[in-house]
Write a protein that binds this ligand. Sequence first.
Ligand code: DCP
Ligand code: MG
Length: 606
Amino acid sequence: MLSLKLKSNPPELDLHKAVSDNRLLGLWRLMSGYRWLYLGAAVSLAIAATSKTLTFMLLRYLVDEVLTKGRFGTILLWVALGFIGLALFEGTFSFTSGRLAAMTAEGITRRLRNYLYDHIQRLSFAYHAKMATGELIQRSTSDVDALRRFFSDQAIGICRVFLLFAINFTALLDLNVTLALISTIAIPLVLLVSLYFFKRISKAYEAFQEQEATLSTTLQENLSGVRVVKAFARQNFEMDKFESDNLEKFKRGKHLVLMNALFWPLSDTLCGLQMIAGFLVGALMAIDGTISLGTYMAYIGLVGAIIFPMRSLGRLIVQMSTGLVSYQRVAKILKEEREPLQEGNHQPAGNVKGELAFKNVSFEYEADNPVLKGVNFLCLPGQMIALMGSTGSGKTSLVNLLPRFYDVTGGVIELDGVDLRQYPRRYLRQQIGIVEQEPFLFSRTIRENITYGVGRDVPQIEIEAAAQAAAIHDVILSFPEGYNTLVGERGVTLSGGQKQRVAIARTLLKDPRILILDDSTSSVDTETEAAIRKALEHLMKNRTSFVIAHRIQSVMNADQILVFDKGEIVQHGSHADLVNQPGIYRQIFDIQTRIESEVEKEVASA
Ligand code: DCP
Ligand code: MG
């Protein structure tokens, strides 16, 4: 039964609901499904501890009742067997207890890790925009590991402390009441010292973890931004920054170690003094005959057994602070609301038609800092809308409203006459395809990257058709392993234009009704641009398309061109309309044609 349970997956638990501001309650809930197992660990521990204590009691019996009274013979054999039996019991059950505690801890953290991974990818865009990746990684690795230690060592350790204390104190009382009380006199003192350090070490550990998160963010950003670092030859600057973060971590680590270094000898000294006092009193009592020799010998063993938990109690209380801090840090993520994917009552059976109406739309990331203001336009199904405008004018923000990465803060966007907010996000996102300027490809095969969003087995013919339409098929075939070539770290590195075309193939396969192309052709050479433009024309056919571009050539064929400035539409019309009126569009047109004709002239003269 036990092994069955262990092999299967961890029991389901909605950790978002189970999270609590009360850390102990939260940890208790985290154990759901594992409490019996943990109880098993505690019971095994109790058996092991009792066996150990009984060994000392048996020792007293041996000295006082057998040896002193000169009773040899079979009784001696029984006593010997008793010692062996108790030793076996102690060994077996303390092993079992450790195993069960470790299994509980592994199970709980495995479930927690899986849940966190899933939870994090379901949080909103806004959350990911403000939360550093390194911080999230730190919390789902190092902090989760601290929680594992909490369950496998610390919580069961506390349990052990109380068990050992209760059992051995009972045994001590049985030996001699005065002696028992004298041997535990320092306990309140040790507790006080522990509590004093608990708070300080908690704080020091929290500061340390925070700094470690900062450091891993720095590292992670430096690695993903390594091109920029190299291109700007900023290695020294980055090194200095890392060094100063690292120094700060070192300082905080030093403080943490100092706190521990102060606490442990202090509590050890208290415990040591306590032990010596006990031995002295015990010896005096044995000399003047108040207690027997056997009692004194058992007492010496038991004192060790009762001082040990006292010593570890302090340590455990202090170490537990790390588990509690880590719980708090993980709970902060668990507490975040997920982005609802299904919410919304308008879900047409088939695809949308793709008519979009922006009615006085405004949007802000932060209160009182509008990024879009009073945006009005109507886009008919299948039309191509081009967005132009200086950087930061709100183009990306506008298209991010369509898949509801963010929701409008004023006005309304209607899709086929229905408020966008009535559509479930999941459905909307199935209807919309996005090709970003620097598309992200996974470190998987090209085939997996192309079929990423489809969610079914796609026949090779379909994949190749999409790749052909995206003008990337021939490139893929030129790789030794064709469609099975790995992309990224362990495989081929694709150029920006190639990546884009893989992304276009990916979007073609998805076959969305609405298409968003963000800056898709601004960063490639003319030949690639021609190939991409052809691929894009293919992609845009019969779909409502939003194209963000900087080149006039990319937007000339659009049904409507919207020119943005500071979040407002300042010009709106077809290429023919806009080129004939004064304004930003005409200026861009003039500049670009002038540059082009100059380039042509130079090429001709060369
Ligand atoms: N902004 C923000 N928070 C975000 C994203 C953007 O506060 N998560 C701000 C930065 C800009 C404004 O919103 O001031 C508009 O940003 P956009 O990304 O929408 O701008 P564009 O896409 O028009 O600029 P570019 O052409 O550079 O892509
Ligand atoms: Mg943008």
